[in-house]
Design a protein around this ligand. Sequence first.
Ligand code: UT7
Length: 339
Amino acid sequence: MVEQLLKTGGVKLRGCGSATPSRSITNAELGLRVETSDEWIRSRTGIAARRVIGPDESLSELNGLAAERALAMAGWSADSLDLILLATSTPDDLFGSAPRLQARIGAVNAAAFDLTAACSGFLFAVVTAAQYLRTGAMRRILVVGADQLSSWVDWDDRRSCVLFGDAAGALVLEASDPDEDDLAGFLLRSDGRRGEVLQLPQGAEHSPLVGDASHQRGGFQTIQMNGQEVYKFAVREVPAILDSLLNTTATDAACLDWLLLHQANQRILDAVADRFSIPGEKVLSNLASYGNTSAATIPVMLDEAVRDGRIQPGHLIASSGFGAGLSWGAALLRWSGPA
Ligand code: UT7
């Protein structure tokens, strides 16, 4: 029955959008805060600057802008959306920020909920959206990947603070005939046993409640990362999952137009591309300008490459997200653009 339902429809990628904070912080500026250098950060990561949300901005505002730009590209009105999925690990409201995004853009007919899978969140959300579209349960879905890790970075920890930035990216998807499916294949993985190498845990503070009972106070610590272990995880698992995806979809890596990986480190991008002999000009990267923006990296990069004309209708894109959880996934996507 499930198999039958899965085969009844396909999905089309119709529009994308993105929004980033106005303030860019260069490596040299970070060097005023921690002992680091532009040379070290560039050579180890490829990052030259990152954007950080300032006092007159908010992640909700960026989410709204990214969503409106994606809707405008598709030529859709917000009230035609059936669902909004907001992939984020940094909601403005722990009960969920997606309904606020729904209200902000006037998507009055859409259900809305958050999905948390750190840097894999956008990819996980796209695959989730595709299930509603393929079964025919819904026609139009907005997926937003957005994070404000600047709120949770220890800005005195040079081993992690140089990596991260804030951004929001959006993609709108539409149900289609099964033989016109833009999601040619996907694989999703998680391994919570290795989660401690990259985490943002709750604080462990307890306050007296009543009698001998206490309660744990809300609040989180700062990002805790073992960079070397995360690096090893990425360069091992991302090629492996992409290899499985190419095999299961009978796709030759030479047929790919673009490699669109989670933007974590240029060395990771290069290592994965090398594994499949994908030339550098097919590897999308905007790490230099934005650093690692978690759930936002893939849609922000997609939007940049669609708007500057690199990604054209019909192009085949291999994408992979990976990060905390641990979680990772891969998807083979075709860009259609507006109908
Ligand atoms: O979405 C996933 C998010 N996380 C990641 O993508 C992280 C993946 N990991 C990485 O990208 C890399 O491991 C890092 C960029 C974080 C670090 O690069 P590395 O080549 O693995 O450096 P390392 O941790 O081995 O450190 C080498 C040296 C150390 O000094 P000593 O012990 O050799 O004297 C560090 O203390 O570099 C030092 N170091 C720095 N120096 C200047 C670490 N961070 C910095 C810094 N500036 N920012």
